[in-house]
Structure formats: C-alpha cells, structure tokens
Design a protein around this ligand. Structure first.
Ligand code: AMP
Ligand code: ZN
Length: 310
C-alpha cells in the first residue's frame, strides 16, 4: 500500500464509528469511501441548502464531469503549485502481446505502468477550474460579469489519509464570480457573512480564519505566506474529530490569474478577476454527524427543518 498521512486517534476512531453505523464503507484505499443512504441524504440536503442560499443571485449552472482536459491543468499553474495532489488519467495503447504482458503483471499486482500512456485528461482538483476557460470561450463577459454554479462536483486530490475528513475524492460545491475587481471583492464580502450564517444555522461551532493552500516545496512556502498576507483565502472551520477544527468551506480570490491565463476579459476589455465560494460537502456532513450524533432522527428539530430533512 502507498504512503498515507495517519489521522489522529480521535479521527481514526470517528472513522470506525462512521463505518460501524453504515454511514461510510471502506474500499481498501485510504480516503476513498462509499457513502451510505443516511450520509448521502444529509449531503444532498446540504447541497440543496446551498442552492437556496445562492438563489437570489441566480447563478448559471455549469456542471462538468470530474475530468479536466490535461491542457487546462498544464496552463493553469496547478502542476507548479500542487504537483503532489494532481491525479492523471492514463490508458493502454499497445498490441495483443503488450496486453497480455500487462495482464500478467497486473494479475501478480506488479508494476504495469510501462504499458500505460498519458491521455488528454486529468482528474479535476477543484470544481471551479473548468469554468474559467469555458467562460473565456464565450468572448468578453456581459456587463456586470457572470455568476456560475458548479453543482455538486466530484474532485480528486492525492492525499491518502486515515482521517475521514481528508478524502481523495469528494464533492465540492462552488459558486463562482467572474467580473471586475470591485465586483468580485464585494461579492466575496457578502458570501463571507452568508456562508457563516448558513453553517451557523446548522448549529455548528464555527471559526473563521485567513488560510493558505498546501503549496509544494520551498517556493510554495513563500506563495502560502503571500496568500495569507493578501488574505486571498479564508476558511470556515468546524469540529469533526479531535481538538483541531477542520475547514468545511473556503473562499478563494484568484485576482486576475485566470483572467490572464485564459484571456478572460470583462465587458471593458480588462483581464477579469475571479473568486469562488467552495463548500466541502463530505466535510460539512461529517461535521453535522459529529455535532448532532450519528442518528439523523435524533438531531435537533431546528437543524432538521433547516435542512428540510424528512
Ligand atoms: P480548497 O479548494 O482547498 O479550498 O477546498 C475547498 C473545500 O473542499 C474545503 O473548504 C474543504 O471543505 C473541502 N476539502 C478540501 N480538501 C478536502 C479533502 N481532502 N477531503 C474532503 N474535503 C476536502
Ligand atoms: Zn474554486
């Protein structure tokens, strides 16, 4: 088995409880689970709550599969910042002899990567990534910019762990704003209180904090410090297991990075600024089960009503 990050005692025992209760089922790969009915019911109820919270700004739904064209990963800068998290898609290209050699190695669980070739796809590491090039292809933004909704998108990050809150594949729901700087910053400010209210209404113990991404390597440490100094990322954290709270939602401001990368322009012809509000749906669900117990029927009626759980 490949290397993984060990969860704390509290995290590992919360995972055991979730599995015993049938909320999650292990697959044999750390951080990859099947979701049971009650877990999924709560996750989808939360997803609908986000839909209601965003309804006033009528975001345009743009739902991508959990795959990105490889070229987008190559141009977005992701491989520079997070080479350790990226997941790629390879496929077999070869003759019958190669197929049988591959099978022989695979049957013995030995390394058969020599028969695999890079395809033109990678796994999507964030729900909002495919939206920027898609918006750019439409030409300059309309007056006032665009607000988009990713839906509950599966995303992949290569971070195997025995902490149930650190999955390798999970649902991210993002509302994305594209426009000029002032528009995006004002929108981000509004979502800061809206997201906090939304999660507080579920009676979660919340903390809001300026944050940074796990950039790779030495240069990465500088990037993370810059991101913090400029307050480009903030997170809402809630208890899941153990003493340290976990980020269940985050907001990112990319400045004009995607505008410049994809030649995405405002109605005035300036490089667009972009920001996104992301909810980690499995983490929110895990925080809810942690706060209110593993049996949804026993949850406070206020929380059940808010989520319209029946
Ligand atoms: P990020 O793009 O890193 O800000 O992630 C957006 C949201 O996804 C975070 O606020 C978390 O709630 C969630 N998230 C990030 N990484 C993971 C993970 N490994 N497992 C589960 N949820 C995650
Ligand atoms: Zn995003």
């Amino acid at each position: 088995m490949s290397e993984f990050r060990a969860g704390s005692v509290a995290q590992v025992s919360y995972l055991d409880e979730l599995v015993d209760a049938g909320l999650l089922t292990r697959t044999g790969v750390h951080g990859v689970y099947a979701r049971g009915g009650a877990f999924e019911h709560v996750r989808l109820a939360f997803d609908s709550l986000v839909t209601r919270a965003a309804a006033a700004e009528t975001p345009e739904p743009l739902y991508f599969p959990p795959i990105l064209p490889r070229e987008q990963l190559e141009t977005s800068g992701y491989l520079g910042s997070f080479p350790h998290l990226a997941g790629t898609v390879f496929g077999f290209e070869g003759d019958e002899q190669a197929a049988s050699d591959q099978l022989e190695l695979a049957t013995r669980h030995e390394d058969w990567s020599g028969f695999q070739h890079m395809t033109d796809m990678v796994l999507a590491p964030a729900a909002c990534y495919p939206l920027y090039p898609a918006a750019a292809k439409r030409g300059p933004l309309p007056e006032g910019g665009l607000t988009l909704d990713t839906g509950d998108a599966f995303v992949f990050r290569r971070e195997p762990s025995t902490d149930p809150a650190r999955m390798q594949i999970f649902h991210m729901r993002e509302i994305v704003r594209i426009g000029d700087r002032e528009t995006v910053l004002a929108w981000r400010g509004e979502w800061r209180s809206r997201a906090e209210e939304l999660l507080r209404s579920l009676e979660l113990e919340l903390e809001l904090d300026v944050a940074s991404d796990p950039f790779f390597g030495r240069v990465g440490r500088l990037l993370a410090a810059q991101q913090r100094d400029q307050e480009l990322k903030w997170e809402l954290l809630a208890p899941v297991a153990g003493d340290k709270p976990t980020a269940i939602a985050s907001s990112n401001y990319h400045q004009d990075h995607f505008g410049l990368t994809y030649d995405l322009k405002t109605a005035d012809g300036e490089p667009a600024h972009t920001g996104c509000m992301a909810f980690g749906e499995e983490r929110v669900t895990l925080a809810l089960f942690s706060a209110h117990g593993l049996d949804v029927n026993e949850w406070p009626s206020s929380v059940r009503e808010k989520l319209e759980l029946r």
